[in-house]
Design a protein around this ligand. Structure first.
Ligand code: NDP
Length: 402
């Protein structure tokens, strides 16, 4: 039995709250706090059992400290935005409470994705005797844990990893993002990067693409982009020679993004409009559909996994480990589209691991540093089944070759 404080009542945060509320044998006390109280009220009304709510500005460390003191949680689950990671970690340090999130810290004025800021808390968390669990969504999150599972159970040494992320769903809108629009567009418009033979190789944004055959979905054009889990997996997977991340974007999405970029709507520096400073990307976010509003008419599936090649007992082996999630099914269960569902359910399972002591330790951890087996077992019991399939090895170096 444990007490949790969830911060952020958006698309993914509402999934965490609703899942916790369905599992009161584990979560004895659930408090949801967010910037807009009305959003907490909506989630509260939709939860299967009673949760408490309040308003908080998580950019303000003192407000979060007061909230933690009032709620006395065993774990704070940060489902707000990456900008709030450090203030919430500071509040956890001040109060001696464990921390979990799904996305690494980003400064507001620069679209820069790296763990340096959060890894810098290592000694502080250790000295305080608490832990921070970083990146416990789907990717980062389950994809890291698939790699840890492969390292533990399938290979002696892993050489190549391709993380392949496909959303083959259709929400019926002209243009919308599946998670927070500001964070999504910052991620996609940055230059790409992958890691090979000990060094990072940089590429222009969306300049490399490839057809990839996704389980249960088929072939989809996929773009090589930088994604934050690459940084920690390079540190934690032994023998690695290359790791890349691929994501599908529809032609329609790319077309809209091109136009928005060309006219300056994705800029993150302030501009003066009629005497008021506005940030174009934040203005654009205000116009776009909220990711939580997409669920109702969403059809199709997400198919996300890791293609991993390496050596076992002297032989080259290749596997894909993946999950497929149906937008219609996740909507029927929790009123959530599959991208929010696949983010929120792993955070909820990570919370179970922390509360039950299956993931123990002091300091700052990326999820692949914990035992993958209990996590994956619990994940499958709570709506995200995963599969391991052995693939034919067709090339010594190219895991995505047919
Ligand atoms: P949403 O925009 O739907 O939700 C974010 C919520 O955080 C909103 O309710 C927002 O409040 C709240 N919030 C923002 N700023 C503050 C603040 N200062 N204080 C308190 N609350 C605040 O986004 P998503 O649910 O789609 O995404 C949530 C997180 O999940 C993001 O960090 C995103 O990067 C991450 N993510 C991770 C994935 C993974 O697989 N690892 C995949 C997808 C997302 P308000 O409603 O007032 O704006």
């Amino acid at each position: 039995m444990g007490r949790v404080l969830i911060i952020g009542a958006g698309a993914a945060g509402s999934v965490v709250a609703k899942k916790c509320a369905k599992n009161r044998d584990i979560f004895s006390h659930i408090h949801l706090a967010s910037r807009t109280l009305a959003k907490c009220e909506k989630v509260q009304a939709e939860c299967e059992s009673e949760i408490s709510i309040s308003q908080v500005d998580a950019d303000n460390v003192n407000e979060v400290v007061d909230l933690i003191k009032a709620q006395n949680p065993d774990l704070v689950i940060n489902m707000a935005l990456p900008y709030q990671d450090l203030p919430i970690m500071d509040a956890c340090l001040a109060t001696g409470v464990d921390y979990l999130d799904t996305a690494n810290y980003e400064p507001k004025d620069e679209a820069k994705f790296e763990y340096s800021w959060q890894w810098a808390y290592q000694d502080k968390f250790k000295n305080k005797g608490i832990k921070a669990i970083l990146g416990c969504g789907f990717d980062p999150g389950v994809t890291n844990i698939f790699c840890a599972y492969a390292q533990k159970n399938l290979f002696d040494e892993i050489h190549y990893i391709d993380i392949v992320d496909c959303n083959a769903g259709d929400h019926g809108k002209a243009f919308a993002t599946n998670f927070n629009p500001e964070i999504n567009i910052r991620e996609v418009t940055q230059d790409g990067k992958y890691w090979e033979n000990g060094e990072w190789k940089e590429i222009k944004a969306l300049s490399i693409s490839k057809m990839i055959d996704y389980p249960q979905v088929g072939e989809k054009n996929s773009y090589l982009i930088y994604h934050e889990e690459l940084e920690s997996l390079v540190e934690n997977i032994k023998g690695l020679k290359r790791i890349r991340f691929w994501m599908t974007f529809s032609e329609n999405y790319i077309k809209h993004l091109d136009v928005l970029q060309n006219v300056g709507m994705t800029r993150i520096d302030p501009i003066n409009y009629n005497g008021t400073e506005i940030i174009p990307l934040q203005f654009l976010k205000a116009l776009l559909p909220e990711p939580s509003s997409l669920a109702e008419n969403y059809t199709g599936k997400t198919s996300i996994g890791c293609v991993i090649q390496g050596v076992k007992d002297g032989k080259t082996k290749k596997y894909i480990i993946y999950n497929v999630c149906d937008h219609t099914r996740s909507n029927a269960e929790l009123g959530a589209q599959a991208v929010s569902y696949t983010t929120g359910v792993p955070a909820f399972v990570g919370a179970i691991m922390a509360l039950q002591g299956k993931w123990a330790g002091e300091g700052v951890f990326n999820v692949e540093q914990f035992d993958p087996d209990p996590f994956l077992e619990t994940l499958a019991q709570h709506g995200l089944e995963w599969h391991v399939e052995e693939l034919k090895v067709t090339s010594d170096t190219e895991t995505l070759a047919a």
